[in-house]
Design a protein. Structure first.
Ligand code: GAP
Length: 504
């Protein structure tokens, strides 16, 4: 593009994203005025739009548009036996160690990935902070004590359950213990028969749910990558284990199909292929329920990490819930005249992690005519704000009135904002920085000058975020033009019939 150089295509640093998120109303630290809550975040006005767009697209593409999918929205508080049956009470643990001196707690497998504090005997006990895994360059010692205080011995590893415990009802006793769900998945298993009977589903079919999950992570961090309260969108896709598809067992076929579909989904909404890869879980890493798990990893600012997982959970969950509830959770195979326990393939996505990936991938710094321009190149369907309507002169009542009327009209269909708090160049840059794909500018030409007896041309300038090209469009054509542009239309084609220009 003329006069433009990409300065920082990838990877953007986490600090840059955190600062942009706070400054522009995407994400704030939870309870910030009280010093923040450990690893919890609040989505601000733009963050909530972006997150809702992600969930809406997931739901549209994976549920609404498919005949083999339905959704549910279950309680976060479930019967405590659910977690016994699922294995979470026994297995959903991390090994942790405590410092006997300062009482800090660490994941046992994380201790040596942290910088460590050392009081070096070779330098009269001077205090040093040494990079993770490295020895002291003065005395050669390696870490044996608490990495944080450098003084206390660590306890032997103990298993720590990650579920948040609470109490149901007025009495805090063992009989009333309940848990905040650590995953959305279990509700699909316990509702399997309800959905099967009420919706007359035939295998293969899936049940989806999007909602909050809670994990008392010992080492949360990296902004919204790992938090204690987060949103998941999970699909439990039930298949008949006796069936074959294209000569392969149905569960294995569908597992690979879902991996491919999820990979394609992320790319469709903007994640670059080179920033995505598949990672097969080793046998010793598999969860207790899994026959095979493949993660989709993304090149986050912190490095390659899990974006989502797609597991073949076999018939583990349905069998467990049948055993613990005493209810039959089978499917009657009409052809074979037999009851089967379906296998399940589970695409499990973190909505917050997806949001972080979309932000990181969209972030670009460019140099335009000697000045830095920050752009979030969101896919239009993800962009929190679709159109910003900007008056060229805020002192001209007619311009302001017309701009506000255009906003109100377009806002019947999309999230559209009005802004007159700066000069036009700065208003454009502000919208670029939050990823607004299109701006509309109302100027003197649009409205004319009634004092001079001039009538306006009734046209406005619309501007494309990525190319910074502009086109002059009649106001009454705006809904149709934005409909085309926001549903995948290419700028050059949609605006070909209008007068075009480059941003000055
Ligand atoms: N039902 C299977 C399950 O929950 P998981 O790999 O533990 O599998 C699925 O979680 C996805 O949920 C992860 O790939 C990640 O995107 C998201 N996730 C898990 N723990 C998270 C946390 N503490 N903070 C943010 N997202 C998390």
């Amino acid at each position: 593009m003329r006069g433009r150089d990409i300065l920082v295509p990838m990877p953007v640093t986490m600090d840059t994203l955190v600062s942009l998120c706070k400054r522009r109303g995407f994400i704030f630290q939870s309870s910030e005025i009280y010093g923040g809550t450990g690893s919890c975040y609040d989505y601000g006005p733009l963050g909530v739009e972006l997150k809702q767009n992600i969930k809406r697209l997931l739901w549209r593409d994976f549920v609404q548009s498919r005949a083999d999918m339905v959704g549910i929205d279950a309680s976060i508080l479930m019967h405590p036996t659910v977690w016994k049956a699922s294995g979470h009470l026994d297995h959903f643990t991390d090994p942790m160690v405590d410092c006997r001196e300062c009482k800090l707690r660490f994941r046992a497998d994380d201790v040596d990935t942290l910088p460590w504090t050392h009081y070096c005997p070779a330098t009269k006990g001077n205090k040093f902070t040494i990079p993770p895994g490295e020895p002291c360059s003065h005395c050669g010692a390696r870490r044996t004590l608490c990495p944080d205080c450098g003084k206390g011995l660590l306890t032997a590893p103990r298993q720590f359950n990650l579920m948040f415990k609470t109490f149901m009802g007025p009495v805090e006793e063992d009989a009333s213990v309940a848990y905040l769900r650590p995953e959305t998945a279990q509700a699909m298993f316990v509702n399997f028969d309800n959905v099967l009977q009420s919706m007359r589903m035939k295998l293969p079919f899936g049940i989806a749910q999007a909602g909050r999950s809670f994990r008392n992570e010992i080492t949360p961090g990296n902004f919204i990558f790992r938090t204690r309260e987060f949103e998941q969108m999970e699909i439990e896709y039930f298949v008949n284990p006796r069936d074959t598809v294209e000569g392969r067992p149905a569960d294995e076929y569908w597992h690979d199909r879902w991996i491919a579909d999820c990979m394609a989904w992320f790319q469709r909404y903007g994640l670059r292929e080179e920033n995505l890869k598949l990672r097969e879980h080793d046998k010793d890493e598999l969860s207790h329920y899994s026959k095979r798990t493949v993660d989709i990893d993304y090149r986050f600012p912190i490095g390659w990490s899990e974006l989502m997982g797609i597991a073949n959970r076999t018939d583990f969950d349905l069998k467990q819930h049948a055993k613990f509830s005493g209810k039959s959770l089978t499917y009657f195979d009409e052809e074979r005249k037999e009851h089967v326990v379906p296998y399940v393939v589970e695409p499990a996505m973190g909505v917050d992690r997806a949001l972080l990936a979309f932000m990181a991938d969209a972030y670009v710094e460019e140099e335009v005519r000697g000045e830095k321009r920050v752009v979030l190149r969101f896919h239009p369907e993800l962009a929190p704000v679709k159109v910003a309507v900007l008056p060229l002169l805020k002192k001209r009542d007619e311009i302001v009135r017309r701009a506000r009327a255009i906003r109100a009209d377009l806002a019947k269909q999309w999230r559209v904002v009005y802004d007159d708090t700066a000069a036009i160049g700065r208003l454009y840059r502000r919208q670029d920085e939050v990823g607004t794909p299109y701006c509309v500018t109302v100027d003197v030409q649009t409205v004319g000058d009634s004092e001079k007896g001039e009538v306006g041309d009734g046209k406005v300038t619309i501007r494309d975020r990525d190319s910074m090209e502009q086109a002059r469009v009649p106001i009454d054509a705006l809904p149709a033009v934005f409909h085309d542009l926001l549903s995948g239309g290419v700028w050059a084609q949609v605006t070909a019939r209008f007068e075009r220009q480059i941003e000055k």
